[in-house]
Design a protein around this ligand. Structure first.
Ligand code: NI
Length: 177
């Protein structure tokens, strides 16, 4: 089921999310299905449970090709529950980000280039991966949502923050969110 996506300003986006304690439950399965329906409908690259008003440490991300980010390399479709990130580079890299909770805007955000992420899938099976570049960026963005952090809070250079339709006039019309 497609769920409503909360927008910046909603205090539920500023909470630290609770850990999932039981895996492979009908509730968790339905949550993850709803998150994929909602993300796919909005052409998102990722989505965190707090964005649909669910106070749990669940993120999803991944796509083969994404019309909102036409130059981005493929990222494997992933469900990540109770994620833990370990940065593998001090080095930060600037890159453009958008967020379904901040519709119509894009900004340049510095992110760690390389990291290890771990957590669990729906069934409670352990996931452990090393990622870099856009993949690492998406993971950092989504896991920030679980700490109540939205990407505009990470922007250092506000001269590179603005409306998608002005910054990227060639993107398809439904990419303004
Ligand atoms: Ni977001």
């Amino acid at each position: 089921m497609i769920r409503e996506i909360l927008k910046m300003g909603d205090p539920r986006l500023l909470q630290v999310a609770r850990k999932v304690e039981r895996f492979n439950t009908p509730e968790l399965r339905t949550l993850i299905e709803d998150m994929f329906d909602t993300m796919d409908h909005a052409n998102g690259a990722g989505l965190a449970a707090p964005q649909i008003g669910v106070d749990l440490q669940v993120v999803i991300f991944g796509f083969d090709r994404n019309p909102r980010y036409p130059d981005a390399p493929m990222v494997p479709k992933t469900v990540l529950v109770n994620p833990v990130l370990e940065m593998l580079s001090e080095e930060l890299e600037d890159g453009w980000e958008g967020c379904l909770s901040v519709p119509g805007l894009r900004g340049v955000v510095p992110r760690h280039v390389r990291l290890k992420y771990s957590g669990y899938d729906l069934m409670g099976h352990r996931i452990e991966r090393v990622a870099e570049g856009f993949h690492a960026r998406v993971v950092q963005h989504e896991c920030d949502h679980l700490q109540g952090i939205l990407y505009p809070m990470r922007i250092k250079d506000f001269s590179r923050f603005g409306f998608t339709e002005i910054l990227f006039p060639d993107l398809p019309a439904n990419s303004d969110d």
